[in-house]
Ligand binder design. Structure first.
Ligand SMILES: [Zn+2]
Ligand SMILES: [Zn+2]
Length: 158
C-alpha cells in the first residue's frame, strides 16, 4: 500500500502520492498565482523607475526645454483649433514604458494641456495610437517649419 498524503493547499482533502505536492487544480492555481505575483512585482518595479524619472532634475530640465522651445503652448490644440492655450504637461509621444531610451529625446516630446493629454491617451487606448503619433510628429515638424527654421537656439542646445 503506497503512502498517500493530502494536497499541500490549505484545507484541500485530495489524496495524492507522497511525492506529489498539489492536486491538479491547486497545482495550476499555485502556478498562476506565482506568475501573477511575478507580473505584479515587475509592474511595481517599473512604476518606481518611472516615478523616479519624473521626479528627477534631468526630466525637469528636459521638460522645461520642451516648454520653452514650443513657447509653452499646447501644440495639439494650436494645430487642431488655432487657439493658443498654455500647456501644463509634456507628453512622450512614444511612451517611456515602450521605449525607455526616448525619455529625454526632444523628438519624442510635445507640450499639452491636461485636456489634450487625456484626449490623446484615450485615442492611444482606443487603438488609434499609431495614427495619433503620426499626427503629433507631423505637428512637431510643422511647428519647426512655421516657427523655428532659422532660429539659432535649437532645442538640443538648451
Ligand atoms: Zn488540492
Ligand atoms: Zn502622455
Amino acid at each position: 500500500m503506497p503512502i498517500k498524503k493530502y494536497c499541500s493547499y490549505t484545507g484541500c482533502r485530495v489524496l495524492l502520492d507522497e511525492d506529489v505536492k498539489y492536486c491538479d487544480k491547486h497545482q495550476k492555481q499555485t502556478r498562476d498565482h506565482k506568475a501573477s505575483r511575478d507580473r505584479e512585482y515587475k509592474r511595481n518595479r517599473n512604476d518606481h523607475k518611472e516615478q523616479d524619472f519624473y521626479h528627477g532634475q534631468a526630466w525637469v530640465n528636459t521638460r522645461d526645454g520642451a516648454m520653452s522651445y514650443y513657447f509653452g503652448i499646447d501644440i495639439f490644440k494650436y494645430y487642431t483649433t488655432g487657439m493658443i492655450v498654455e500647456a501644463t504637461t509634456v507628453h512622450h509621444i512614444v511612451p517611456i514604458k515602450e521605449d525607455w531610451s526616448k525619455r529625454y529625446d526632444s523628438n519624442n516630446l510635445i507640450p499639452l494641456t491636461e485636456k489634450s493629454h487625456q484626449y490623446i491617451h484615450n485615442e492611444y487606448g482606443k487603438g488609434n495610437k499609431k495614427q495619433m503619433q503620426d499626427i503629433l510628429f507631423e505637428m512637431k515638424i510643422k511647428f519647426f517649419m512655421d516657427y523655428r527654421v532659422g532660429v539659432q537656439k535649437t532645442f538640443e542646445t538648451l
